[in-house]
Design a protein around this ligand. Sequence first.
Ligand SMILES: Cc1cc2nc3c(=O)[nH]c(=O)nc-3n(C[C@H](O)[C@H](O)[C@H](O)COP(=O)(O)OP(=O)(O)OC[C@H]3O[C@@H](n4cnc5c(N)ncnc54)[C@H](O)[C@@H]3O)c2cc1C
Length: 522
Amino acid sequence: MSATQNLLNQIPGNPSKGLASADRLWRNLRDNDRPVPSVVHQNSQPLGETDWDVVICGGTLGILLGAALARQNWRVAIVERGMLKGREQEWNISRDELQTFVEMGLLTETELERAIATEYNPGRISFRGGSDIWVRDVLNIGVDPVYLLETLKQRFLNAGGTLLENTAFEEAIVHPDGVRVNVGDSKTPDSGLTTRLLIDAMGHFSPVSRQVRGQQKPDAVCLVVGTCAEGYPKNETGDLFVSFTPILHQCQYFWEAFPAKDGRTTYLFTYLDAHRDRFSLEFFFNEYVRLLPEYQQIDLEALNFKRALFGFFPSYRKSPLQSPWNRILPVGDSSGSQSPLSFGGFGAMVRHLKRLSEGVGEALNADCLDRSALSLLQPYQPNLSVTWMFQQTMSVGVNETVTDPDSIDRLLASVFDAMQDAGDEVLRPFLKDVVQFGSLSQALFRTSISAPLTVTNIVPKIGIFPLLGWMRHYLNLGAYSALSPIGEAIADWSKTASPQQRYYLHQWAQAWQYGSGRDYDR
Ligand SMILES: Cc1cc2nc3c(=O)[nH]c(=O)nc-3n(C[C@H](O)[C@H](O)[C@H](O)COP(=O)(O)OP(=O)(O)OC[C@H]3O[C@@H](n4cnc5c(N)ncnc54)[C@H](O)[C@@H]3O)c2cc1C
């Protein structure tokens, strides 16, 4: 029996089957052999009166937006394949980001405090051969998804929202004036839901986003495995980003660890491509089990495992995903709007929640629901696009010759040392997945002075053309930073504009603000 199977057998409900089915999906992705779904169709006949303003398919992050829209008095229905329920494992985020829920009236201060299951300080960043960096108040809050989603569900229902649980999205037919959403077995002509706008919140493997992406393979993938366990003698601090091994199996392994409400969570993750020869999740779990004792300085026998955690996050350079159809908007993981560096899709949604809910409200008010108007709600974000180069520098090609197995560690140690020297205003936003022009320029400049050879080595690794492509995003980041204050002035001035003009002006202003990471300074 493998070390992984041995460990999984100890966990209540034995998650072996879950791991095997996640591995099948990962295999499908590498082999690119899953048929592309055909779930969205178009019909040129008008639909007439619709029952809903918004139908949201997928309830996990969908309920965040659903509750906000129901509170704006829109007629909202959520269609959820299973029961709308948060997972046991906490979502990590920083405290200041959570305040959005209170500002938007979605949680009271008391409810927010109850939703916070854990809080720790400080968090460590450490690479082999480098020195440890400690930071406070970054991704150090564990939110209890069960309580959060239940509270938002009640807020949604109290605001007049309708929740259809155990009801699966099956197909959408886009008409000029609305969308018919067929669910469950409701394919008969007069059933299904009719809506002005369909929001797809069905996650990375949403049939709608898979139809849009077609046979395209993801440009990068983040694999993650881990556990939550009791028995660690020390459990007060966390690790945000740690590596202690050289490149192994054409991958750099990274670790995260933090206190959870019922033990300590430890994750092993890596960045790679979806080449068919990449290893399985089960192999990666074996690596986790092999290295965990060294990482946490503990015997596995001392641990009482509560949960196994695993997943993979495909990401595409062409993100966020733009719908090719009118009246359909992807949000959450299905939109690919989080950075390829993080598996913080909940955090990304919270960061954009106010912008998205106000933007959707304005789009409905102004009837700006065609594909080009809606694309402004998931706009190009240079601060997201620049992160691609970091992802590339931390991954290794399947057939790449590794001449220096410590190169990634050395590069990261130099970059993080430079960021630490530049101060909190450079390091903290980056760790929270917010990239800003000033901070990035400082980090690049300082690293090229302190470690010129390490930086020069990046050029052949990335390739000259991808590097030029990256420069374009970097310059756009600078341009967006310059435009962001102008956007704020335009947004003020737009009060006298028509609803349509206001929608466009607001969305451009928001794209500049969020695309430059200036929302972090709010
Ligand atoms: C191990 C691990 C650790 C993580 N840790 C963090 C963290 O610390 N912080 C953080 O911010 N994020 C974290 N994440 C990421 C976070 O969990 C996801 O970003 C988030 O769950 C995405 O939500 P989603 O609603 O977009 O997609 P999903 O979570 O995939 O949810 C999709 C929803 O759609 C429903 N659905 C699917 N198909 C249909 C259908 N046909 N009809 C109707 N409903 C459907 C599903 O039932 C589900 O409710 C972690 C993820 C993993 C795997």
